[in-house]
Design a protein around this ligand. Structure first.
Ligand SMILES: [Zn+2]
Length: 232
């Protein structure tokens, strides 16, 4: 998984090796996701979001997942919603909280059933508290499929171009163990009404410390990308 970094200045090497330590990894889950989010009753503050695409929506409620999708949580410790929200079971939430890892908080998770209302689940949503600066323009294979004037949404990978995610060394100096990207990925169909929209979503970027916690718990089902850090 290790990716060579390129360096021009010796001090940058020192700063990054001291503060970041190792390669960073980003993940998102493209398979077996739980239907959840704006169309299931989760609420968002849109006051600072882009009016055209919805990027920057800020969640204001517990995560609500569709009760029809609970079978996807069975036998798992970590799962993702269709918007790449990360759900962890309560034991995993405790492990993360006690690990000393930084940059996250938890929200409750509810299942919504038509006619039967909402039930709280023994799961927690892992929420990142730190938004990274935009990626380096040296990033390749990750581009907006429907560019918005805000420049922030609809990023998607392209099969014909290898995905190479690059950050400037100065932008990851104060990184936390859990972060989200400034760029928002995925399909966009925002019509102004959040409860009837498909919003884009940021990707998670985590350090090897959190990756190791997931690995030790036998978590599978995620795609991991090594992050290249360059001095520029
Ligand atoms: Zn936008």
């Amino acid at each position: 998984m290790r990716v060579p970094r390129t360096w021009r200045l010796p001090w940058a090497r020192m700063v990054v090796q001291t503060v970041v330590g190792e390669d960073l990894l980003m993940f998102y889950n493209m398979h077996d996701t739980v239907f959840a989010g704006p169309r299931v009753g989760t609420t968002y503050d849109m006051s600072e979001a882009c009016r055209r695409c919805g990027a920057g929506a800020r969640q204001t409620s517990a995560m609500v997942v569709d009760g029809e999708y609970l079978h996807i949580l069975e036998g798992r410790r970590v799962a993702a919603t269709c918007y790449n929200d990360i759900l962890v079971d309560e034991a995993m939430a405790r492990t993360l909280a006690e690990s000393g890892a930084t940059g996250f908080s938890f929200r409750s998770v509810f299942a919504a059933f038509e006619k039967r209302g909402h039930f709280q689940l023994p799961w927690r949503q892992l929420c990142a508290t730190h938004i990274l600066p935009p990626m380096s323009p040296r990033t390749t294979g990750l581009e907006p499929y429907k560019p918005c004037p805000c420049g922030r949404s609809s990023f998607t990978t392209r099969p014909e171009i290898p995905t190479r995610i690059v950050y400037r060394a100065s932008d990851v100096v104060d990184i936390r163990d859990v972060n989200v990207t400034w760029e928002w990925l995925g399909h966009v169909d925002f019509n102004g009404d959040v409860s009837d929209s498909v919003l884009p979503y940021p990707a998670f970027l985590i350090t090897p410390k959190v990756w190791g916690i997931f690995r030790d718990a036998g978590v599978t089902g995620f795609d991991w990308f090594p992050i290249r850090v360059v001095d520029e």
